[in-house]
Design a protein around this ligand. Structure first.
Ligand SMILES: CC(=O)CC(=O)SCCNC(=O)CCNC(=O)[C@H](O)C(C)(C)COP(=O)(O)OP(=O)(O)OC[C@H]1O[C@@H](n2cnc3c(N)ncnc32)[C@H](O)[C@@H]1OP(=O)(O)O
Ligand SMILES: NC(=O)C1=CN([C@@H]2O[C@H](COP(=O)(O)OP(=O)(O)OC[C@H]3O[C@@H](n4cnc5c(N)ncnc54)[C@H](OP(=O)(O)O)[C@@H]3O)[C@@H](O)[C@H]2O)C=CC1
Length: 283
């Protein structure tokens, strides 16, 4: 089926990046958030990144203008009534996500595909909150969305082949490389990445080395672009904790227990770069 109009829900770091790449690829995009301040911030960050691309000579001023003209801010979920595809990128919490999917099921036309950018939550359970499980799918982008090439496409138990093929085609139109993943906790990306980050936090918690040295080991020793503690701050410590909890609950294996230091920081509101403080302090 043909996708022309897209709504992205959640104007945080992922939602704004997803909205940007869709608009740059020629789709009509509504960026929705229930919080006006977050929505303004998301729209501004897209404009800033596009301006940087113009300054660097990567795109023409006309492309920036055309991209922005395809982007509409939205504070009302009912605007989804005109979308062919909705991509949800709100907080990593099953209860909040299923409430939104249940509402979307009532608002959107029957043909609309409902996708989630969840990092780890079961797509099958999200789909069960709707009466169209065959049209519910995981479309998991990586952060920062405009830079990272990968999209994990996650089939829920009842996701149809038609829905899968449409999303695979859309990922190609966004110039992303898609991989097909079955619906298991953390999918592939976070099943592998997040235990490494959690182990880095344990390494700090147990006083094995300083945060800077732990990051240096992985950057200089393993050629990772960012050390794991910097990466945790970049992803968001709340999101890291939610993902570890999904792995822990989903597999019932103690090897996935979240580090107490991670819990402590999240409780303190130290959520990483987005809150100004995590393992490091940000201006
Ligand atoms: C949690 C999940 O569910 C799944 C996930 O997403 S896990 C996280 C996956 N992501 C990663 O692992 C990212 C690891 N880090 C990196 O790849 C790199 O550090 C990085 C791309 C983020 C930054 O790269 P860098 O070389 O250190 O910095 P920098 O030179 O400033 O940026 C490189 C390019 O990325 C762009 N960029 C950096 N941050 C950006 C952002 N937040 N948004 C858009 N573009 C960004 C910059 O414009 C720059 O492009 P040019 O050089 O062409 O101008
Ligand atoms: N961070 C990462 O590296 C990655 C994250 N993800 C996933 O993407 C999703 C979003 O993460 P991220 O962008 O980092 O999170 P952020 O905290 O940056 O953004 C989430 C946004 O959603 C808004 N929001 C929350 N609830 C609702 C709602 N019911 N309706 C509309 N908007 C809502 C929030 O508003 P407010 O601030 O007011 O709460 C906020 O603006 C999560 O599922 C996460 O697991 C996937 C890949 C990578």
């Amino acid at each position: 089926m043909s996708i022309k109009s897209v709504m992205v829900i959640g104007a945080g770091q992922m939602g704004s990046g997803i909205a940007q790449v869709f608009a740059q690829s020629g789709f009509q995009v509504m960026l929705n958030d229930m919080n006006e301040e977050a929505l303004d911030k998301g729209m501004q960050s897209i404009e800033k990144l596009l301006s940087r691309n113009v300054d660097k000579g990567r795109i023409e001023e006309e492309e920036k203008t055309a991209t922005l003209s395809r982007l509409t801010p939205s504070l009302n979920l009912d605007d989804a009534e005109s979308a062919d595809l909705v991509i949800e990128a709100i907080v990593e919490n099953m209860e909040v996500k299923t409430k939104v999917f249940s509402r979307l099921d009532k608002i959107t036309p029957h043909h609309t595909i409902l996708a989630s950018n969840t990092s780890s939550l079961p797509i099958t359970e999200i789909a069960a909150a709707t009466e169209r499980p065959e049209k519910v799918i995981g479309m998991h982008f990586m952060n920062p969305v405009p830079v990272m090439k990968l999209v994990e496409i996650i089939r829920g138990l009842q996701t149809s082949d038609e829905t899968y093929e449409t999303i695979q085609r859309v990922a190609g139109e966004l110039q992303k490389t898609a991989v097909e993943v079955e619906d298991f906790p953390g999918f592939v990306s976070n099943r592998i990445l997040m235990p490494m980050i959690n182990e880095a936090i344990y390494t700090l918690y147990e006083g094995v080395a300083s945060k800077e040295d732990i990051d240096s080991v992985m950057k200089l020793g393993m050629n990772h672009p960012m050390g794991p503690l910097t990466l945790a701050d970049f992803i968001g410590l709340d999101t890291c904790l939610y993902i570890m909890e999904v792995l822990h609950d989903g597999f019932g294996d103690s090897k996935y227990r979240p580090c107490p230091l991670l819990r402590k920081y999240v409780k303190a509101g130290w959520l990483g770069k987005k809150s100004g403080r995590g393992f490091y302090v940000y201006e």
